[in-house]
Ligand binder design. Structure first.
Ligand code: SAH
Length: 248
């Protein structure tokens, strides 16, 4: 499935993702058209495949970005919050743990309603700088960095980012090795919010794009009463959430 959507240009890639039934939301397609993947991906930017970005990190494949963003979309746009009619007066808050190239910060920046904010956490300082300089390559996202709509922070993402909690949506772009990280992040999730996190739970069952590594995406929802529900979704293969290595 992953290679079928490859294109020669950003718009061809996005049209192929739509035609293949992976990308169903118009709002998401528009945000991805406004974000040139070449600004974030030095090699083969329009291939539907993950690519290395240095420092042991990768930019995820476009269909994985789509899958994660579609799972979180109404939480990012505020549509879902409108329905529950809660937390008025506070802007939508989104957290992207392991923001790597910064690609998702750009797409989320385009999807947020006015007053919204997305915070990216990356533990390798060189990658925080890379994400920031990638985002400066487009005037639209450069403006979002200047006005605080997008912020990139160097920290251990396993701790979340308490100063901007509670979050409407939390995306984790690297696999947790157990449930401790999930618990920490769920504590920073607002009522009515959703966490998207790959977890390595040792279940080596079958799954698209992996599963053999024992990694599965979990969608964890917190309802209006604060009740938490965990749903196991696809088998995947992400790089792990780790301690920070030093790179010179
Ligand atoms: N969504 C990003 C994925 C980057 S790969 C993209 O598509 O570009 C996963 C990222 O998680 C890497 O950049 C890695 O440095 C980062 N990471 C790994 N462990 C981390 C930790 N403990 N805290 C913060 N970031 C971490």
């Amino acid at each position: 499935m992953s290679w079928r959507s490859t294109g020669h240009t950003n718009s061809e890639l996005i049209n192929n993702l739509s035609r293949n039934g992976l990308l169903t939301s118009r709002a998401l397609a528009a945000a991805m058209l406004a974000t040139d993947r070449a600004h974030f991906c030095p090699h083969a930017p329009y291939a539907d495949a993950p690519q290395r970005i240095g420092y042991d990190a990768t930019i995820s494949a476009p269909h994985m970005h789509v899958y994660a963003l579609e799972a979180l979309l109404p939480y990012i746009t505020g549509e879902r919050r409108g329905k529950v009619g809660e937390k008025e007066g506070r802007g939508v808050r989104v957290l992207d743990v392991g923001c790597g190239s910064g690609y998702l910060l750009a797409v989320i920046g385009h999807l947020l309603p006015p007053g919204g904010k997305v915070i990216g956490i990356e533990h390798i300082p060189q990658l925080t700088s890379l994400a920031t300089s990638n985002l400066r390559r487009s005037p639209a996202t450069a403006a979002m960095l200047s006005d605080g709509r997008i912020q990139a922070v160097t920290a251990d993402g396993r701790q979340g980012y308490a100063p901007e909690a509670p979050y409407d949506a939390i995306h984790v772009g690297a696999a947790a090795d157990g449930w401790g990280v999930v618990d920490t992040l769920v504590n920073q999730l607002g009522r009515g919010g959703r966490l998207f996190i790959p977890v390595c739970d040792g279940d080596g069952g079958e799954g698209e794009g992996g599963g053999t590594a024992g990694q599965w995406v979990w969608e964890v929802d917190k309802d209006e009463e604060g009740k938490v529900t965990k749903k196991k979704s696809h088998g995947v293969m992400y790089v792990p959430l780790t301690d920070r290595k030093e790179f010179s």
